[in-house]
Ligand binder design. Sequence first.
Ligand SMILES: *Cc1c(COP(=O)(O)O)cnc(C)c1O
Length: 424
Amino acid sequence: MNYSDNGFFDDFGGKYVAEVLRRPLDELEKTFKEAMKDPSFIKELETIQRDYIGRETPLLYAEAATKILGGAQIYIKLEGLANTGAHKINNAIGQCLLAKRMGKKRIIAETGAGQHGVATAAACAKLGLECIVYMGEVDVRRQQPNVAAMELYGAKVHPVTSGTRTLKDAVNEAMRDWAANPDTTHYVLGSALGPAPFPDMVREFQSVIGREVERQAAERNLDVAAMIACVGGGSNSMGFFAPFIDKDSPRLIGVEAGGIGDGIGENAIRMSGNASREGILQGYKSRFLLDSDGQALPTRSISAGLDYCGIGPQLASLGKSGRVEFTYARDNEALDAVKFFARNEGVLFAMESAHAGAAAIKLAPTMPKDKAIIVNMSGRGDKDIFITCPVFRKTEWKQFLESELERLNNETDIHEAKVMTCQK
Ligand SMILES: *Cc1c(COP(=O)(O)O)cnc(C)c1O
């Protein structure tokens, strides 16, 4: 079964939260379950998915890549063509519609790298909701382009100065805000994790990816042997895998961030290594990278979206049962995959998604030509130029940044946009 049993996926999941958060979580669960059975809600969701997100997203036959690798037929689900550039908008739009249904006009969200903040800010702009994004002060400084995008969409970015001033502190701050303002506010959590009902809810809003793939593969009579997705918290993978979980095939493969090596703090491998442990953190029970005191260990990845110490509870359970297999790709393998698919298919993978691409490059040659592999390209790589350019063109990139700085310092006529105050 896809849905949790009272919030639990076997041993994992649950709702380990302070008493004050029980009521908003219960209200959310009730609203979510009713909405999913309400034809008018489904119609509203499907209309905005079509007209605003741009669904359905294409399933591309990677003909040249298939030929070069000489094995299974490779197909790429181009989720990166969704408005805002990645799958995260599917969840943000779904949850914001639920907030409206509950009569809540104030939205809060946490963000690390900024992708979930951008998606939520965009969804709020579209749906006329107030948006506050909690973001660690360190991340605010590192991720200026995303902060600028959130502000363009009209969101208020709130820098968090507690703890390590990164993602987990932003989550804590968002939880605190929600506990203080449950009647007016909905907390849009960004991945298939956290306390129930978030894992079920986020999976359902992302499962549009898997349902489209199922239809697209059937239309072309594909014999799908494997589906591959990258795994941060687990939202794109769970949405992609959802319709296939209860079946024996295809193989479902989750790809984690292998970072730069096997040492502590060198990767974000929770399922495909043996460094993680069971634990309870931020409201749910799952597998985490923790020290002996139960504190989160540092993680590392070239892709900010996979750089996280925990994993969604349903994936932890599916890993334990063996239905989902896990592997990892190193930073340099992901970079090679970006290059490979850009050159041969004209498709620029996000660094996160390139981990799935790297796994496909390894797997395809080992499989027969009459089988198909489908890779979920969860996002496109435009957002990653600050990561890829210093790797591929270091000297030129440095010169570019220096000249930009000079231009900013010298130029007197940088346009000052006349900000129209379009109050809603
Ligand atoms: C955030 C992000 C991910 C990782 O998050 P999941 O919840 O595991 O899907 C993967 N790809 C992209 C493009 C992202 O922005």
